[in-house]
Design a protein around this ligand. Structure first.
Ligand SMILES: [Zn+2]
Length: 224
C-alpha cells in the first residue's frame, strides 16, 4: 500500500472519534485490519482523545490548533499488528470469496448481481439509509471501465484481486478516493471485487462512452 491508498488523516480522526457514518466506518475498519500504519494511528488518536478531548466541548474538538496537534502526533504513531476476526464469505460466479468480518452486514443486504456493461458487474446494497449509492462491484479479468470523472466523491475499497488506473495499482485493503478532479479508467487483469461509495453517478468523458452516461443513472441507483 502506498500513501495514496490510505484513508486521509482527517478521515482517521473522524473514524477515531466516531464521526464517520457506519458504512464509511466499516470501510475504514476493513482498511485498518490490513494496515499496520493506520491501525497504529487510530489507536494513538483514540488514546489521545480519551486523555484530552473529553474535556473539550464537541465544537472545540476539531478546532484548528487541536487538529494540527493531532495530525502532528500521527507522525509518531507506532505501527500495530491488526486484529483480524473470522472472515465472512460472498458467493459470486461459482467462487466463494473470503471477506473481512466487518462486511457481513453489507454482504447480507447485497442485491443480486447484474451485468452492467461487458465485464463489469454490480450488486447494489439495499437499506443502508444513506444519501449515497453503495455497491459491490466486480470487474472480470480483462475488464475495464471507460474514462470518467465523478460528479461527487467516490470511495472504493479493494476487497479481492487488483485493479489499476493511470494513477496506480490497487490491492486488497486499499481505499481509493476520487473526486471531481480525477479522471480515470480503471482496468483489471486478474479480476477485482470492490466496495464502492458513490455520491453521484459517474460522468463519462471519453467518446462513445458518453453514451453510457444515462445508463450510469441505473447503475448507481441510490440504495435504501
Ligand atoms: Zn493505511
Amino acid at each position: 500500500m502506498s500513501d495514496r491508498h490510505h484513508p486521509t488523516a482527517m478521515e482517521l480522526g473522524q473514524f477515531a472519534s466516531g464521526e464517520l457514518d457506519d458504512v464509511l466506518a466499516i470501510m475504514v475498519s476493513v482498511h485498518l485490519g490490513q494496515c499496520r500504519r493506520c491501525h497504529g494511528r487510530v489507536e494513538l488518536l483514540q488514546q489521545h482523545q480519551a486523555d484530552q478531548l473529553a474535556e473539550l466541548s464537541p465544537d472545540a474538538a476539531y478546532g484548528n490548533d487541536e487538529l494540527a496537534r493531532m495530525l502532528n502526533l500521527l507522525e509518531d504513531a507506532p505501527a500495530l499488528e491488526p486484529r483480524v476476526p473470522e472472515p465472512t464469505q460472498m458467493e459470486f460466479q461459482g467462487r466463494r470469496i473470503d471477506l473481512p468480518a466487518a462486511l457481513a452486514g453489507l454482504v447480507e443486504r447485497a442485491g443480486p448481481w447484474s451485468r452492467v456493461v461487458n465485464r463489469l458487474w454490480n450488486a447494489p446494497i439495499q437499506d443502508h439509509r444513506r444519501a449515497y449509492q453503495l455497491n459491490f462491484i466486480y470487474m472480470e479479468p480483462g475488464g475495464s471501465i471507460a474514462a470518467h470523472t465523478h460528479k461527487g466523491r467516490e470511495w472504493t475499497l479493494v476487497l479481492d484481486g487488483h485493479f489499476s488506473d493511470d494513477a496506480g495499482d490497487y490491492a486488497p485493503g486499499d481505499l481509493v478516493h476520487c473526486t471531481e478532479a480525477n479522471e480515470h479508467s480503471p482496468r483489471s487483469e486478474q479480476g477485482c471485487l470492490c466496495l464502492a461509495v458513490i455520491d453521484a453517478p459517474l460522468h463519462f468523458t471519453s467518446g462513445l462512452a458518453r453514451a453510457l452516461n444515462p445508463f450510469s443513472q441505473l447503475f448507481f441507483k441510490t440504495g435504501g
